[in-house]
Design a protein around this ligand. Structure first.
Ligand code: PLP
Length: 417
């Protein structure tokens, strides 16, 4: 893959302009203006390496995997399994079979809630989540609580949008059977102290799932170091295609868990009397999967690796600091989510302006931000607001784009005040 750094003497300098050339969509115009894409927490744009891989897959390789003995099927299977290895290395999973392909974070969490939850929870058990969860880390647990009689408990947060850790300590008890926690909040940007949470839960032998939908693309994740039991993320938020996601699970749990869905590929043998399930990871991968999506995700992760996740983290932090300082200078604008430890997400409200109006006006300037409750209605309720506007940055964004945002926001403020 192409070198994405300019080498000046020994020092590697992050070359954002060179990186931007890899993302065709970033050079398009919207309403006659240069696109400023700040909706990265909803989905990220794709580099040409991913786009070309998908095109090449359908042009030259398209075939069903695992079943054929012919050339195309074997070649597609090889690429498909090679991506699993890339993902294993990326999160440092101990075993290859701990990497399960799903449709996304949502399906990964549903898989665990349904399979692990249904076979382990009973009346009176408690499941712990936080007050800043995305709906996809709330509703699957509510469904399983309804089915098993377990109760959902919620760790509260403070006015900065940080988990109140003493409350977490108090909520953990012998009734707690599972903790499911978001690593980075999509609506506040808060980075949660997941290592502390995992350590503390493990002292009581309680498994922990980490929702890494908003952290996998920003922070280094090492599942062995974290020692989490499960980790879920989506391909489309880390520069890969939609419709593909990952569930990492510790082998000891995955072996014990019953299948989530039945069908082709997840079986060893089937008769009307008895079906023997396939080994891991295939036990959890029923039916023809998103083959192009898997291969595209592998390339996306290689792309991220080529830049280096630590380099990404550092650059995005600079973007966040710059954006936060410009926006904090506007008295009519209030940032929602002021945690000490944040990823590159800024949620805000503007006096007298509804977030949807803010989003619509910015759109006319070519700026894409997200407005609404961001699938975190309880967060909005906690802050007593109906919605926020949210700008979320990626490594392909620039300081100049943040200037454009700040300038347009000043116009919005003048208009409504
Ligand atoms: N969890 C968090 C924190 C998210 O931000 C999102 C999506 O925005 C999800 C879960 C769900 O991800 P997906 O819709 O890709 O399954």
């Amino acid at each position: 893959m192409e070198n994405l750094f300019i080498d000046i003497t020994e020092k590697k300098i992050f070359d954002v302009e060179k990186i931007r050339k890899d993302f065709p969509i970033l050079s398009r115009l919207v309403h006659g203006k240069k696109l400023v894409y700040f909706d990265n927490a909803a989905t990220t744009q794709k580099p040409k390496q991913v786009i070309e891989t998908i095109q090449n897959y359908y042009s030259n390789l398209n075939s069903n995997i695992h079943r054929g003995v012919h050339y195309l099927s074997e070649a597609a299977t090889k690429e498909y399994e090679c991506a699993r290895k890339i993902i294993q290395n990326f999160i440092n999973a101990k075993h290859l079979e701990e990497i399960i392909y799903t449709r996304g974070t949502t399906e990964s969490i549903n898989l665990v809630a349904s399979s692990y939850g249904y076979s382990n929870f009973k009346e009176g058990d408690e499941i712990l989540i936080s007050a800043m969860e995305h709906h996809s880390n709330i509703v699957p647990w509510q469904i399983i609580c309804q089915r098993t009689g377990a109760k959902l408990k919620v760790i509260p947060m403070n006015d900065n949008g940080e988990i109140i850790i003493e409350e977490f300590d108090k909520l953990l008890n012998e009734k707690t059977k599972f903790v499911s926690i978001v690593h980075v909040s999509n609506s506040l940007g808060t980075i949660n102290p997941i290592k502390y949470i995992i350590d503390k839960a493990h002292r009581l032998d309680i498994p922990v799932l980490v929702d890494a939908a908003q952290s996998i693309q920003h922070l280094k994740i090492d599942v062995q170091d974290l020692d989490c039991d499960f980790l879920a993320f989506s391909g489309h938020k880390i520069y890969g295609p939609t419709g593909i996601g990952i569930l990492y699970g510790k082998k000891k749990h995955l072996i014990e868990m019953p299948p989530y869905q039945g069908g082709g590929d997840m079986i060893m043998s089937v008769s009307f009397e008895k079906t023997i399930y396939n080994e891991l990871p295939y036990k959890f991968e029923a039916g023809t999967p998103n083959i192009a999506g898997v291969i595209g995700l592998g390339v996306a992760i290689r792309y991220v690796n080529n830049i280096g996740i630590e380099v990404i983290e550092k650059y995005e932090k600079e973007l966040l600091d710059y954006g936060s300082s410009l926006l904090s200078d506007m008295p009519e604008l209030k940032i929602i989510g002021n945690a000490a430890n944040k990823a590159s997400v800024i949620s805000f409200i503007i006096d007298n302006a509804h977030p949807h109006d803010v989003g619509t006006i910015l759109d006319r300037e070519g700026i894409a931000i997200r407005t609404g409750h961001h699938c975190t209605e309880p967060v909005m309720r906690r802050f007593n607001i109906p919605a926020t506007s949210r700008a979320s940055f990626s490594f392909y964004n620039t300081f100049e784009e943040i200037d454009v945002l700040a300038k347009s926001l000043k116009k919005v403020i003048n208009l409504f005040n």
